[in-house]
Design a protein around this ligand. Structure first.
Ligand code: NAP
Length: 434
């Protein structure tokens, strides 16, 4: 508790001065953070490779995205949070967007920089302070991020780490200086945090797990669909909430999709993440790899057909090969659970209607995609049929600072990024002057 108290007292103190700065002043600090990120891009990419196995070039792209989000909110925060006049009987009435105070960010290891910046940048630009409880296996990344904010000249402890185990998160949530909580992580952690925050009436934003379905219709451009599906399944070693996880192809093209998809999965280069040309590193931890393998094994025993991979390689490192399970059906593990690694579940659907039903037949609702040459049809399916927070047509689901990001159902609630994201941790204040 003394460590927690000290950190939160310092964060609260910095918040009290930070909240009075103009957006322009805050933006200057954020732009400095962007420059530091850019300057040290390779160093951070190496750190991620060492701590959680991300291939070096993917780490570089992650840092570039962090630069983008810093610049984006430095330039747009004021526009998103400009007070809005409202006509009433008052001489003057309007809505203003005021910061809340210290926001607790509980973050995962899979995109150790991006997840933190995605949450922290809009939160800070809105005038809040952020205390980060990062995942225990990426402490080096947590320290590097804290240093970036320090070197960019942000007030001391306006952004700071707290190194505690997940069981101590409750103490943080209950602390009077913590005004709200943002979690990116598993659905289990989301339920626990929502329960505790609910008990003390603190707002939460929850970005949780997913089992994104990609529908491939008869008239899809198969070559491009296969390329996009494989890339989305394997990005970050398949350890992404918005990796494509279930591939639902209609009967008329199922066989061809299955063959092309499996061939492409087979072509990937697995190896040490710092080696050139490697696009699939080891998984982040042995226990996660072993859990994924158990899911594959179980699905095969339940009747799914293993077309590729599915065996733990000999030797050191938590490697798991690109794996394809086909003929996956309802009630099988690969159909129902999130596969957080390089394992694809292929599902055959009789027609478009069955494909949509299968896509929605999940407890999750984060992302979804549909592949078809008929753009109008794709748009209708994305808008009216798919039950997910982010629905894409002929493209892999991805996050972008300009577009809101988040899920429904057991994938969580609230939004990050864009205007919606910066409006999560603010007091929408009504001002009425007679
Ligand atoms: P995780 O085990 O839930 O951990 C995420 C963070 O929560 C870590 O800091 C962890 O701390 C902490 N934590 C775990 N259990 C907790 C609890 N009961 N109470 C409070 N804090 C707790 O998830 P992960 O394995 O790191 O990440 C993978 C999961 O995150 C996947 O399900 C993935 O889909 C999801 N994810 C979602 C998004 C999204 O935007 N929707 C993005 C990325 C990942 P420790 O490390 O100390 O345990």
């Amino acid at each position: 508790m003394p460590q927690i108290n000290t950190i939160l007292n310092r964060a609260e103190k910095s918040f009290q001065s930070w909240r009075h700065l103009s957006f322009k002043e805050r933006g200057l600090f954020m732009k400095k953070a962007a420059v530091i990120l850019k300057t040290n891009k390779d160093q951070y990419a190496r750190l991620m490779a060492q701590e959680m196995g991300k291939p070096f070039t993917q780490g570089q792209s992650e840092i570039e995205k962090c630069v983008f989000v810093c610049d984006f909110y430095a330039e747009h925060a004021e526009f998103f949070l400009t007070p809005e006049p409202v006509r009433s009987e008052a001489s003057n009435s309007y809505v203003t967007y005021e910061p809340l105070g210290v926001v607790l960010a509980v973050m995962p290891w899979n995109f150790p920089f991006w997840q933190v910046f995605r949450c922290a940048v809009p939160t800070l630009m809105a005038g809040n302070a952020v205390v980060l409880k990062h995942a225990s296996n990426v402490c080096g990344c947590a320290l590097a991020i804290e240093k970036i904010y320090k070197e960019a000249g942000f007030p001391p402890a306006l952004f700071s780490n707290v190194f505690v185990s997940s069981s101590k998160v409750i103490d943080l949530i209950e602390h009077p200086f913590v005004r709200a909580v943002s979690l990116t992580g598993s659905t289990g952690a989301g339920k626990s945090i929502a329960t505790h925050a609910g008990a003390v009436l603190k707002k939460t934003v929850l970005e949780l797990g997913g089992s994104d379905p990609y529908i491939i219709l008869e008239d899809a451009d198969l070559e491009s669909a296969v390329e996009t599906c494989v890339n989305s399944r394997l990005i970050n070693g398949g350890q992404s909430c918005i990796s494509a996880k279930r591939f639902i192809a209609v009967t008329s093209i199922f066989k061809e999709f299955e063959e092309r998809f499996t061939a492409k999965m087979q072509m990937q280069r697995m190896g040490p993440p710092l080696n050139e040309g490697v696009n699939l590193g080891p998984m982040a931890r042995h226990n996660l790899r072993d859990q994924l393998h158990r899911q594959v094994d179980k699905s095969a025993k339940q009747g799914a057909k293993l077309l590729l991979g599915g065996a733990i390689p000999l030797g050191p490192g938590a490697y798991y090969p690109p794996t394809v399970l086909t003929r996956v059906r309802p009630a099988m593990t690969a159909y129902q659970e999130e596969l957080f690694g390089p394992v694809a579940a292929l599902i055959e659907a009789a027609d478009e209607q069955e494909a949509i039903q299968t896509a929605n037949d999940t407890v999750f609702g984060l992302g979804a995609a549909v592949f078809t040459r008929d753009i109008k049809k794709g748009e209708r399916i994305a808008v009216q049929e798919l039950q997910a927070g982010c629905c894409f047509v002929n493209e892999a689901v991805k996050s972008d600072p300009r577009l809101p990001f988040g899920g429904i159902k057991q994938s969580g609630y609230g939004r990050e990024l864009a205007e919606s994201g910066i409006r999560e941790f603010i007091n929408i204040k009504t001002v009425y002057i007679k």
